[in-house]
Structure formats: C-alpha cells, structure tokens
Design a protein around this ligand. Structure first.
Ligand SMILES: *[C@@H]1O[C@H](CO)[C@@H](O)[C@H](O)[C@H]1NC(C)=O
Ligand SMILES: *[C@@H]1O[C@H](CO)[C@@H](O)[C@H](O)[C@H]1NC(C)=O
Ligand SMILES: *[C@@H]1O[C@H](CO)[C@@H](O)[C@H](O)[C@H]1NC(C)=O
Ligand SMILES: *[C@@H]1O[C@H](CO)[C@@H](O)[C@H](O)[C@H]1NC(C)=O
Ligand SMILES: *[C@@H]1O[C@H](CO)[C@@H](O)[C@H](O)[C@H]1NC(C)=O
Length: 337
C-alpha cells in the first residue's frame, strides 16, 4: 500500500528527543511515498451482515522483526497466530504490517530517514487511508474503527503518534504490549549493524540498520514455557531496524493527549521489563505510573499476563493473551457504536 508522509526529523538521527525539542535549524523534512507491506486477514463472516466487519486491527511488530510476529510460520500456523485467532474469534479483520525499513516494506537507503516521526507517521497515515477508502483489496470496504495493537517498539511507534497528534489520532483504541514508558535503553540486548551480523543477507545496508543476535531474552527464563523450535525460527525471521528507533524510544515517557481507550499489557516473565526487577510486581503502582502519561484517555488499564515473556505471542501462554486482546478489541470497538 503506498503511504505518503511529510514530516520533520532531527538532522542528527541520534537525537534522543526525536526532534520534539529541536529548533528549526536542527530539523530537516522527509517527504516520500513508501510502499507498506501487510498481511491481511478477513473473517469469512465479514461477507454476512451482523459481524464486526467494519473493525480493523492494525498489528505492529517490534524492532528487528516483521509482520510474521502475528502469524509465525510454525506448527502449521496454529497456536501462535494472533491473525488467525482473531479472525476466528471476534471475529475481527487484521492487517499486520512490516514497519518502515523492515521486511517487505520500503527500506530507505539512508537509515536516518527512518526515525520515530517518519515510522509513526506511516502508521497514522495508513490508518487514515484505510478509514477513507478501500486500499487493501478489491471488495474490502473502508473501515470505520481501527484499533492499533503494538508489540514492544511497535507499541512505541503507536504511542509516539498519539504524542504528536493527540485527539487527532486516527486510532480508535490502542493495545500496547511489552513496552514500559520508563524503559532504560541501556538494558536492551546488544544490537549490531545488520551488515556485520549477516553480511550475506544485509551486507549492502547502511550501517544505521541494526539487528539483534541471540533471542533468548525475548522468552521467559523458564525453558519449559516455550518451544525450542520457536527460538530457532526466530533466527530465521530476524530482520533489521534503524538505530533511531532504539535511541528515540525514551520519547514515549512524554505525556500523550490521546483521548481514546488504552490498555498496556506486560508479561510477568518478560526479561527486559518485569522478570528480575520489581517493575511489574505491584500492578496498582504500575497502572498509576503508566496511566499518568495518558490523562485524557477514555479508559486506561494495565494487565500483567502471568508467565508470558517479552514476545508474548510466541510462548505457551499465547492463547491467554490472545483472548485478552480480543476482549479489549471488542470493548474498544463498542465504545464507537
Ligand atoms: C538551535 O539550536 C542549536 C543547538 O542547540 C543552537 O546552536 C542554535 O543557535 C539554535 N538556533 C536558533 C535559531 O535558535
Ligand atoms: C496447538 O494447536 C493444536 C490445534 O489447535 C492443539 O491440538 C494443540 O494442543 C496446541 N498445542 C499447544 C502446545 O498449545
Ligand atoms: C543520510 O542523510 C543525511 C541527511 O540528509 C546525510 O547527512 C547523511 O550524510 C546521509 N548518509 C548517507 C550514508 O548517505
Ligand atoms: C540504566 O541502566 C544502566 C545499566 O544497568 C545503569 O548503569 C543506569 O544507571 C540506568 N539508568 C537509569 C536512569 O536508571
Ligand atoms: C543465548 O543466550 C543464552 C543466555 O545468555 C544462552 O544460554 C544461549 O546459549 C545463547 N544461545 C546462543 C545460540 O548463543
């Protein structure tokens, strides 16, 4: 889907404020039309009346991953595919996108074009497009309600969009998984220029595109709570992300003027956020700290999913979180009727 964006980004891609604190001379304009790839799932019942076919879930993967997070090619696509699960339960349509620079979406030659303002504008502009006209396939109408569901940095991009756009955000509800507003980026797994990680695949990329090596931190510490095959698969579907998307992630600790409903979901065994720290032990305190950044939200809740790791769709607790997502999508789309 061609998506046009026109934004200001900091000239310095290492600017941690993503340009929000810059004066005009420190900014430059990025105006371009990017091709955004997505995997669309539409319930069979969408063709009959009475189904919530005017609701679309826009699914946004994490840093250095792709849309395959939402339908990983293991176990014949059963058990771990939220796209399939929500198409059957609900049932709700979804579009799982590859973010700018990842997977089969456009990858600007210069990684410094891929910053928080560009990547989040792509998601907002895409949502606007999908609400105004049929942009996906012949016979698929425009959608009335779009719920953004993010994972990790994908949640960060959705959050940043609402910090910039406030009540003008095109999203009718947000489900933000695996993203703590006070995340200390120095605790993130080491990231290396993708061209050094895998010269065969990524040797020609700008050094500003990074990739993660070992994936074990994305799973719970208890090895009986996920399939070893899933971790192997992870190495195969690993992708790249631009360095700015890491260094600008602190901007999500700014207050958002968003007015729709918001839920944040954490895995109690998330080794980046919860496990080995006291960040998620007191859900009341966590809800108060996170909720303070969403003062105008129609509703705000925090859920700590027991047992789940950072990649909460990919371990044995996935079905529990999938049921929670569907419950929230139903709740958020009912708000709109
Ligand atoms: C913009 O900020 C830079 C760096 O902080 C500073 O050197 C420059 O004088 C500022 N320019 C204006 C017009 O304020
Ligand atoms: C995976 O899904 C299949 C079919 O839905 C089910 O029979 C099986 O128990 C599931 N496996 C796990 C580990 O949940
Ligand atoms: C990327 O673009 C920026 C801004 O236009 C420029 O300063 C930088 O030199 C470019 N980098 C490469 C590798 O072309
Ligand atoms: C972030 O983590 C690093 C390494 O664990 C630590 O040295 C630093 O003090 C932390 N920063 C904050 C603001 O907590
Ligand atoms: C990944 O890291 C974990 C924990 O540090 C370690 O146990 C495991 O052997 C590593 N895997 C690979 C393939 O290096």
């Amino acid at each position: 889907i061609p998506v046009h964006v026109n934004v200001l980004v900091p000239k310095d891609p290492m600017d941690t404020s993503a340009g929000l604190e810059s004066n005009a001379s420190e900014l430059r304009r990025v105006e371009d039309t990017y091709d955004i790839y997505g995997v669309f799932c539409q319930p069979n019942s969408a063709k009959s009346s009475g189904s919530p076919h005017n609701v679309l879930q826009l699914l946004v993967h994490r840093f250095s991953y792709t849309s395959q997070y939402w339908s990983p090619p293991v176990e014949e696509f059963r058990n771990y595919s939220y796209a399939a699960f929500s198409c059957a339960q609900g049932p709700y349509s979804s579009l799982a996108v590859d973010v700018l620079g990842a997977g089969l979406s456009s990858r600007p030659a210069n990684a410094s074009d891929v910053q928080y303002p560009t990547s989040s504008a792509v998601l907002s502009q895409l949502a606007r497009l999908l609400k105004t006209r049929n942009a996906i396939l012949p016979g698929v109408d425009a959608f009335k309600t779009i719920i953004g569901i993010g994972h990790s940095a994908g949640s960060g991009l959705l959050t940043f969009g609402t910090i910039v756009e406030g009540p003008q955000s095109p999203f009718d509800g947000l489900i933000l998984t695996s993203l703590l507003s006070s995340l200390n980026i120095s605790t993130l797994p080491a990231l290396t220029s993708a061209r050094d990680v895998d010269p065969f695949r990524w040797g020609s990329l700008d050094a500003g595109y990074l990739s993660a090596g070992n994936h074990s931190i994305f799973y719970p510490p208890d090895p009986s709570s996920f399939s070893p095959r899933m971790v192997l698969l992870d190495d195969l579907i690993e992708d790249v992300g631009a360095v700015s998307i890491v260094v600008q992630s602190g901007t999500i600790s700014l207050v958002s003027g968003y007015t729709g409903p918001v839920a944040k979901i954490f895995g109690s065994a998330d080794q980046i956020i919860c496990a080995g720290s006291d960040a998620c032990g007191d859900v009341t305190a966590l809800t108060a700290a996170e909720g303070a950044l969403w003062p105008g939200a129609k509703s705000f809740e925090v859920v700590v999913a027991q047992g789940s790791g950072h990649d909460m769709n990919l371990d044995f607790f996935a079905e529990g979180t999938f049921n929670m997502f569907v419950r929230l999508v139903k709740q958020f789309s009912d708000f709109r009727d």
